[in-house]
Design a protein around this ligand. Structure first.
Ligand SMILES: [Zn+2]
Ligand SMILES: [Zn+2]
Length: 282
């Protein structure tokens, strides 16, 4: 796995790659704008170019944008759905401009309109976005959900249905958040349970669909459906629960990003988390 983390952009987008390296990472995930706003200021071309150069210079193995939190491509409300689609397309454009490998997003919540209808809306929106960007190279990764409320994607089977309906081979995949997976009720802390979890992936989206991991421990217990990240080894998953993922050669080229809690002392917690993960490598 290519270990990295979600890095803030307050020092400038083009500083992200060197920050990722300085904490011991070789991959970086970012927000391309505030995650709580629909629109962000356009990214100046020069800044995009210097971001790309910095990625090369620091030899990052993978980069991704995490989509903002407001969009809901499963929304039954027409206005919200329309804005969500627009925002998603805009984010794809920003991703192409920055030359990142992937856009990772939360599929959405059906808010009472039913899982099937929600899946249909997500697929329709993605099909539209793919059609709008025929030359696009950025991979669209649907993140698995912890299963809070009416969120879609706490079952890999739901993500598989979306991918199948969009039918855009190569453009779509999934991001597996280990905190969400654990909170959704899938255990993987022993060799046996890890094998069963991997079989779930194999039998639904397929192993090749996995384009990224989020390496978060979980504050909530197994099956709690709580989306509460914890530092590696300090939550209910525990350090050993990360070992099989890190040492499985199926994921050798897949990036794993930390989204664990940080404190006042900058990235100290990330440095510690990455060190703990590296200590697991066989
Ligand atoms: Zn995540
Ligand atoms: Zn989360």
């Amino acid at each position: 796995m290519r270990l990295g983390a979600h890095i803030g952009t307050s020092d400038g987008l083009d500083k992200v790659p060197s920050i990722a390296r300085s904490i011991g990472g070789e991959a970086a995930q970012i927000f391309s704008k505030s995650p709580h706003s629909w629109r962000g200021p356009p990214i100046p071309l020069e800044l995009a170019a210097s971001f790309r150069e910095a990625v090369q210079r620091e030899k990052l193995g993978a980069t991704a944008i995490h989509h903002c939190y407001l969009t809901n491509l499963a929304s039954p409300k027409p206005v919200n759905y329309a804005i969500s689609k627009r925002t998603f397309l805009d984010e794809l454009g920003r991703a192409e401009l920055l030359g990142v490998d992937a856009v990772i997003f939360h599929p959405g919540a059906h808010t009472g309109s039913g899982v099937e209808a929600g899946i249909d809306r997500i697929a329709e929106a993605l099909r539209w976005a793919v059609d709008q960007t025929p030359q696009g190279t950025v991979r669209i990764l649907l993140e698995n959900a912890a299963g809070q409320g009416s969120t879609i994607g706490s079952q890999f089977e739901e993500l598989a249905q979306v991918i199948e309906k969009v039918n855009a081979p190569g453009r779509l995949g999934i991001a597996v958040d280990l905190c969400h997976l654990f909170a959704s009720g899938v255990d993987f802390r022993t060799e046996e349970t890890y094998g069963a979890a991997k079989d779930l992936l194999r039998g639904s989206v397929g192993l090749k669909a996995v384009g990224a991991f989020h390496l978060n421990d979980s504050k909530g217990e197994l099956g709690s459906h709580l989306d509460r990240h914890q530092n590696v080894g300090k939550g209910q998953i525990g350090l050993e629960g990360f070992r099989p993922w890190l040492n499985d050669r199926s994921w050798a080229k897949v990036p794993g990003y930390l989204e664990t809690p940080l404190t006042d002392d900058g990235y100290a917690a990330y440095i510690e988390d990455l060190r703990a993960l590296k200590g697991l490598l066989a």
